[in-house]
Design a protein around this ligand. Structure first.
Ligand code: IPM
Ligand code: MN
Length: 343
């Protein structure tokens, strides 16, 4: 019996996580849920370390330390964020039919290494800015943030993206990896990410490969999302553009995600905690439910994952029990009840 940690998160997130867990309990899978006390970080970390996986709501406070353990502690380097339009999703596009792309976001490096500080701290390094034409410390007072791309970090996430593209071909996808970086302005850091992607690509002659400068990619994402299959990006671009991608199909309420490492994975929606609607029972649980389906797949419960996905798809196709973000007036509970009836 796999042991699963649940961290509901803050604000409105628990209103999406609780009914999702209830749905999973209806699948007859014999799952053991563990709910560590979030205010006790050591207990939470231990629970995570002893679990098969974690379902995570969203954080705006107390759960953040647990999230950091799930990412950096468990080395979940590949953040997989699918953007797939289903009939009934309230997309702002005229032709959302067929959008089915996945952003694979590097999850541990880039500007997320957490090294920021006063510019003065850089003085001993005697770093000169070729743009400002003086020592960077002399540009202050001010702050810096460090962007780090390692060869190993880039390689493993790119490899993950190619393997994913190969697996998706089975379901009729074109098997293509698109890499988006700002290598024109950042030839050292983003240039490394891109050249490693190109190197890895030579080992996958059966998978198409293309690279774009990230700002041009942003336009392509909006103008021609149908042309995309698997997209791999450094951390911050992936963070920003996965929210944009969710916007294409109808919003953050519809966007699931999973973070995978070599020995662990955890699952969370792309959205935040939606504090503005906390306590109103109107948060859209779809992102959390679809994340839970990705979790079931990770655990090897393929049929259950498909059942859950299919139930959600039927509720949208019928369109009777949709939450306000999708133009309906159903509560989160009513939506989940409808999904339960379709299981
Ligand atoms: C996300 C979130 C997080 C991130 C925040 C909560 C740190 O925006 O999962 O996309 O930036 O990675
Ligand atoms: Mn984000």
């Amino acid at each position: 019996m796999p042991r699963l940690v649940v961290i509901e998160g803050e604000d409105a997130a628990p209103e999406a996580v609780r009914p999702t867990v209830a749905l999973l309990d209806r699948l007859g899978l014999d799952l053991e849920w563990v709910r560590p006390p979030i205010e006790d970080y050591d207990a939470t970390r231990r629970a995570i370390d002893e679990s098969a996986t974690t379902l995570f709501g969203a954080t705006s406070g107390p759960s953040t330390r647990a999230l950091f353990h799930l990412r950096w502690g468990k080395q979940t380097y590949a953040n997989v964020r699918p953007t797939r339009w289903l009939p009934g999703f309230r997309s702002p596009l005229a032709r959302p039919q067929g959008i089915d792309l996945v952003i694979v976001r590097e999850n541990l490096e880039d500007l997320y290494v957490g090294v920021e500080g006063d510019l003065e701290r850089l003085r001993p390094a005697e770093l000169a800015s070729p743009m400002l034409r003086r020592p960077i410390a002399d540009a202050g007072p001010g702050r810096f943030a460090l962007k780090v791309i390692t060869a190993a970090g880039a390689e493993r996430v790119v490899r993950f993206a190619f393997e994913l593209a190969r697996r998706r071909r089975v379901s009729g996808r074109p098997a293509k990896v698109t890499c988006a970086t700002k290598h024109n302005m950042l030839p050292q850091s983003d240039g490394l990410f891109r050249s490693i992607a190109a190197d890895v690509a030579t080992g996958y002659p059966d998978v198409a490969f293309e690279t774009f400068i990230v700002d041009d990619f942003a336009r392509r994402l909006v103008a021609d999302p149908h042309a995309l299959d698997v997209v791999v990006m450094p951390n911050l671009y992936g963070d920003i553009l996965s929210d944009a991608a969710a916007g294409l199909i109808g919003g953050l309420g519809l966007a699931p995600s999973g973070c995978y490492g070599d020995g662990y994975a955890y699952f969370e929606s792309v959205h935040g905690t939606a504090p503005d609607i906390a306590g109103r029972n109107i948060i859209n649980p779809t992102a959390t439910i679809l994340s839970a389906a990705m979790m079931l797949e990770y655990l090897g419960f393929m049929d259950a994952a498909r059942r859950l996905d299919a139930a959600v798809a039927r509720v949208y196709a019928a369109g009777r029990y949709l939450t306000p973000d999708q133009g309906g007036d159903a509560t989160s509970t009513a939506f989940c009840d409808a999904v339960a009836r379709e299981l």
